[in-house]
Design a protein around this ligand. Structure first.
Ligand SMILES: Cc1cc2nc3c(=O)[nH]c(=O)nc-3n(C[C@H](O)[C@H](O)[C@H](O)COP(=O)(O)OP(=O)(O)OC[C@H]3O[C@@H](n4cnc5c(N)ncnc54)[C@H](O)[C@@H]3O)c2cc1C
Length: 463
């Protein structure tokens, strides 16, 4: 009988437009879909709590979808190459199909798997394969705008390929862990109620989100900065876990007209982020601009208390607190508010951007190595393409400008009784709601002085 082939799954948990499944099905061989949970390889980027919650449900959905076409999902825990090699010994598979991934730990894992198997890497998690969008001089781009211009010339992406109607099963299935035994869901306490209320992980949930968004894609530009409205696609965790392909998203909305181009440009930022981590694998832990190594970030008990206030949504800045509480409850935060919350932590509180990156990594359902690092370094001003550090966002005026009153009411119930004119910066604080932990003007002045100091030290070569 023909040797079975393995489909090695990671952040590509779908059947439609999934080139690894497509190729495996086309081969005519029995197909063994495998997911290996490896908590060691990513080291400090081991999946956070919100991602683990998502992963549990996404794997469960995928297994159900596979069973509907005659297959099932094999779950193993450990190093990917060791687990796949063990499966090879159990059932004699020699070929592994996978989608390519660009996190440094996945690239290492791919190299290790390739020593044991014929590894066939397929594209399909990005609009164009990362590393292939190059300047005229043949070098990768560091800045988004020229990257996007060059990527646009390669678009549209190929049309999505349908899910296989049937996957031939092997004569013997290799052993599989039970998903429940992995303990991915929070138990004591179960903090996932807000996540359950908002999300439907899995390919079906992704398709529904896309269908909802496609109807409003033409007015994306008008609504995307207003946190009180559902003006964005909410596709980020589905895209991160690969439950829908960017090509499928593209083809569903590109013809919508209106301002859909702005939305497509955001998909471009997603590709750009991978392009950056491919060039700078330690981007999540190392500032791209050297002067940031001299930044006098605050540390010690007072800074720790401020960090905790930020994490808990108790800074006394209503829009920042609303965002941080939305994140804690739902695993997601509106992009405009992510920018504000990040700027506030880094600049008003002078706390190292890596602390924020770590918190988001643990709490976001869409936590993504490339997108998180690129956006934190953009917010800090430390990145290869970044906002200037001295451009300090004013949370109070941004809150008014982007009409966040309804958003604050939703997430900060202590303020729910206040009128629109008062809620952004209440003069009298309702009981239980803190005063600002830092004055806007004083925080701004401290940040600007710190930057001058860091630049001076960097220029003089000081440590
Ligand atoms: C400090 C900070 C950290 C962030 N961390 C992450 C992260 O870990 N994972 C993540 O997916 N996004 C991250 N973002 C980007 C952005 O906030 C989210 O992608 C967006 O809010 C997701 O909501 P949506 O799907 O409704 O987005 P939409 O506005 O509908 O955009 C469509 C898709 O484009 C991509 N996208 C949108 N904005 C960006 C962006 N600025 N950079 C890169 N890709 C983008 C996402 O995949 C998103 O799903 C971060 C932003 C900031 C400021």
């Amino acid at each position: 009988m023909t040797n079975p082939v393995i489909v090695w799954l990671r952040r590509d948990l779908r059947l439609a437009d999934q080139a690894a499944f497509h190729a495996a099905a086309q081969s005519g061989a029995p197909v063994i879909p495998v997911y290996v949970l490896d908590d060691e390889a990513p080291r400090h980027h081991r999946m956070g709590g919100a991602s683990r919650w998502w992963l549990h449900h996404s794997l469960s959905r995928l297994d159900a979808d596979l069973r509907a076409i005659g297959s099932r999902l094999v779950l193993r825990r450990g190093k990917a190459h060791e687990e796949l090699a063990a499966i090879r010994r159990e059932v004699g598979a020699r070929t592994v199909h996978c989608l390519a991934h660009y996190e440094p730990w996945w690239r290492n894992a791919e190299r290790a798997v390739a020593k044991h198997f014929q590894l066939v890497r397929h594209d399909g998690n990005y609009l164009a394969p990362p590393g292939t969008i190059l300047s005229g001089a043949g070098t990768p781009y560091r800045i988004y705008t020229p990257f996007w211009r060059a990527l646009s010339e390669r678009l549209p992406p190929p049309l999505p390929v349908a899910a296989p109607a049937h996957l031939p099963a092997p004569a013997n299935w290799p052993a599989s862990d039970a998903l429940e035994d992995w303990g991915l869901l929070p138990r004591a306490p179960d903090w996932a109620g807000g996540l359950r209320a908002m999300w439907s992980p899995g390919e079906g949930g992704a398709r529904e989100r896309l269908a909802d968004f496609a109807e409003a894609a033409a007015v994306y530009e008008q609504r995307r900065n207003l946190p009180a409205q559902e003006g964005t696609s909410l596709l980020s965790p589905h895209l991160h876990f690969g439950e829908i392909s960017p090509a499928a998203v593209w083809h569903a909305v590109a013809g919508a007209g209106g301002s859909v181009g702005t939305f497509l440009g955001e998909l471009g930022w997603r590709d750009y982020a991978q392009n950056v981590i491919l060039q700078f694998p330690d981007y999540a832990t190392r500032s791209a601009k050297a002067e940031f190594d001299h930044m006098p970030w605050r540390t010690g008990p007072e800074a720790e208390a401020d960090l905790a206030a930020w994490q808990q949504g108790r800074t006394g800045y209503p829009i920042v607190d609303a965002g941080m509480r939305q994140l804690w409850r739902t695993g997601w935060m509106h992009n405009r508010v992510r920018m504000l919350a990040a700027s506030f932590l880094i600049k008003h509180l002078m706390i190292d951007w890596r602390e924020g990156e770590r918190w988001f990594w643990d709490t976001l359902v869409d936590a993504d190595h490339g997108q998180n690092a690129v956006n934190w370094q953009w917010s800090a001003g430390s990145g290869v393409d970044a906002n200037i550090f001295s451009r300090i966002m004013a949370p109070l005026s941004q809150s008014v400008k982007f009409d966040a009153a309804g958003y604050i009411r939703q997430w900060v119930p202590e303020l729910a009784g206040l009128a629109d004119g008062e809620i952004h910066d209440p003069v009298v604080r309702p009981r239980g709601y803190p005063r600002p932990i830092v004055d806007h003007g004083a925080g701004r002045a401290r940040a600007l002085a710190a930057m001058v100091q860091a630049k001076g030290e960097a220029a003089s070569g000081g440590g």
